[in-house]
Design a binder for this molecule. Structure first.
Ligand code: NAD
Ligand code: DAU
Length: 352
């Protein structure tokens, strides 16, 4: 869609993926006014977007999508033309301990945004768009073969996945019922700079640095399809501008790894970077109790976005991983700041 001189609201822009999406939009589209709305939960960090503060087209709004009245007020005040919705509770393990947080933010929070979008545009949507960012976890778990396509039936298995699935359904229902123009994308596992060290890759990087045990869930033979976060941001930009309203696009890395193989590669690269003897970090691998209801395998068929919009990952896994490790090693302060206080409590509860 053409959004020249329009106001684009991006939610969750202080988080991992959101920070990369905001940066791409602020720098690539100077004619848009970008509003980054974030509640700054444990996962939101203004350090992730500090470099954008001096840009004239960038605005930050601290707000909670669960507060329906404040959200409505903000929409009435700014009359956003488009929304790119990333704000969410995003960690599967936390959804197992606190499912209601996920239902509230991911389901009701999304509904609050949709209601505010309707209210401000009064169901007259020429040139407007609601872009909902979702996950491949809505499709459930794959066996040894097969890929998730856009028509795979939903079969979410964790409280996180089911809250995202519910939000996808609600977005589509508003499209069908009220004519609200939407697009949805469902992406595979992201990695890269700014990812909170509760997720596999940054958690293991941090532990390797500190020579702490590497907690592998179950037998470690779970498969994920990894995508470099900046490539996800590029895909979102392309779908936002060239995607067809009402459509869904799967985004993935064509890049499946079992956790164990990925962890071994990570250990090898970290040993090289930290000048440690070969095999040193692998000794830290510790098998721990499995995640409840752990999905065995995710893998995305990203041929639709590839064929229709010409998108494909721009970096190989080896290149992306190297950039990621270099970023975490160069940003020791960032890592220290997010792993003190509440993080230690979380870690002790989760892994003791
Ligand atoms: P994240 O946890 O790093 O960031 C989430 C952001 O949302 C944080 O800045 C947080 O402060 C904000 N937020 C949380 N609750 C909020 C609320 N009530 N109001 C306003 N802001 C709130 O998450 P992420 O990994 O960057 O994921 C972003 C989105 O992409 C999510 O919707 C997630 O489901 C989806 N996604 C993530 C991945 C992945 O691999 N990380 C893959 C596919 C899809
Ligand atoms: O597939 C997309 C999803 O990817 C996103 O929607 C989620 O927001 C994101 O968190 C991610 O979910 P996963 O559960 O796949 O990611 P996580 O990094 O938590 O775990 C990746 C794999 O590593 C998974 O099989 C569990 C395993 N794992 C994870 C942690 C944190 C371990 O073995 N040990 C760990 O300590």
């Amino acid at each position: 869609m053409d959004q020249s001189n329009k106001k684009v609201l991006i939610t969750g822009g202080a988080g991992f993926i959101g920070s990369h999406v905001v940066r791409l939009f602020v720098t690539k589209h100077p004619d848009y006014a970008i509003y980054n709305l974030d509640a700054l939960t444990y996962a939101g960090n203004l350090e992730n977007i500090k470099d954008l503060e001096s840009f004239g087209n960038y605005n930050f709004i601290k707000a909670d999508i669960n507060e329906a009245d404040s959200i409505k007020k903000l929409f009435l005040e700014h009359e956003f033309d488009a929304v790119i919705h990333l704000a969410a509770e995003s960690h599967v393990d936390r959804s197992i301990t606190n499912p209601n947080d996920f239902i509230e933010t991911n389901v009701l929070g999304t509904a609050n945004l949709l209601n505010a979008f309707r209210e401000v545009h009064k169901d007259a949507y020429e040139g407007k768009l609601f872009y909902h960012v979702s996950t491949d976890e809505v499709y459930g778990s794959l066996g040894k073969t097969g890929l998730f396509t856009e028509t795979t039936s939903y079969d979410p298995q964790s409280p996180y996945a089911s809250s995202k699935a519910a939000s996808d359904h609600i977005v589509r229902a508003y499209g069908n019922t009220y004519g609200l123009p939407f697009v949805i994308s469902n992406c595979s596992n992201n990695y890269g700079a700014n990812q909170f060290p509760e997720k596999l890759i940054p958690l293991f990087i941090n532990n390797i640095k500190q020579s702490k045990p590497l907690p592998v869930y179950g037998d470690g033979n779970y498969t994920r399809d990894w995508l470099y976060v900046e490539d996800h941001a590029i895909a979102i930009d392309q779908i936002f501008h060239q995607g067809t309203v009402g459509e869904t696009y799967n985004i993935g890395g064509f890049n499946e790894w079992t956790n164990l193989n990925l962890i071994k590669l990570l250990c090898q690269l970290m040993d090289e970077k930290l000048d440690r003897p070969k095999g040193n970090s692998e000794k830290l691998i510790t098998y721990v109790k499995d995640r409840a209801g752990h999905d065995r395998r995710y893998a995305i068929d990203a041929n639709k976005i590839n064929k229709e919009l010409g998108w494909k990952p721009s970096v190989t896994f080896e290149e992306g991983l190297e950039k990621t490790l270099d970023w975490y090693l160069a940003n020791d302060e960032w890592l220290k700041n997010v792993t003190t206080g509440a993080y230690q409590d979380y870690y002790d509860k989760m892994y003791s």
